[in-house]
Ligand binder design. Sequence first.
Ligand code: UT7
Length: 311
Amino acid sequence: MNAGILGLGRYLPEKIVTNADLEKVMDTSDEWIRTRTGIEQRRIANDDIDTSDMAYEAATAALKNADVSAEEIDLILVATVTPDRPFPSMACVIQERLGAKKAAAMDVSAACAGFMYAMITAQQFIQTGVYKNVLIVGVEKLSKITNWDDRNTAVLFGDGAGAAVVGPVSEGRGILSFELGADGSGGKHLLQDGEYITMNGREVFKFAVRQMGESSLNVLDKAGLKKEDVDLLVPHQANIRIMEASRERLGLPVEKMAKTVHKYGNTSAASIPIALVEEMEAGKIKEDDLIVMVGFGGGLTWGAIALRWGK
Ligand code: UT7
């Protein structure tokens, strides 16, 4: 049984924080942030909206888009590194709020690559026929672990959620190939140390440029496809320079790469599903389009998926 995307949803907090707003509270500039990262603004959740609230909103939208009811969900996977609290899991919290009574539920911790890990975990259960509908959510409230006195990291991140219902699709469609990987020796370059995120930006940058390109090519190779076959690249939205390097490695024109980093910054596990929903809503995805999704993150972790769109 092939596993594919049956529906997508997203949630973004209303509050917009622009680069000009950050200039007022730290030693940075709109020019630096835009040229080094491509970010112009980000969404920041108010205190009364926590990670599970954003996950719930995105999940509700995805179920509606998929035309699948909460009772039909067999498994919920929430990819996040910023849960409301260590347990109960975010998956259990939204299971109750959605009324997904028969669903098993757990969280996935793979930082910015979390949505890729969750999607492939879902695929395994669907392929084997064990489960039919799996709800996956990538959600992050990074603002609560951001050190607003550290300009090296504070300008990069944003809050948000993206969700997908993954289920059986017809032959030739859905997930065609994937690659997941990890290198714990690089964990020191990007981590939560005490209360806050700390990062060696240059090391993460080098790793990301290399890995995003390689993983994208690897999934095409595994699926027996060529760079020219790709209709849409959906890279993790961390930094426009990293994204552009992946696009160039695949030899794709600008219009074939999903881009939300300028509006939302880096929303970690939420960035790939949010970017994918926006492409879908803009009518830019057609039946049988070949989509390559690729992400990297703290761990270090990475993941890529080649997917043929449609049910
Ligand atoms: O989901 C994964 C999350 N992480 C990432 O994706 C991070 C990957 N890395 C990056 O995106 C880039 O390395 C950064 C955007 C973080 C930094 O860009 P860079 O071109 O690697 O800059 P840099 O670290 O080499 O810093 C250049 C200068 C430094 O000043 P000096 O030492 O050369 O005088 C920094 O102190 O820029 C300074 N700087 C800033 N200046 C103004 C660092 N942050 C800022 C800032 N505003 N916000």
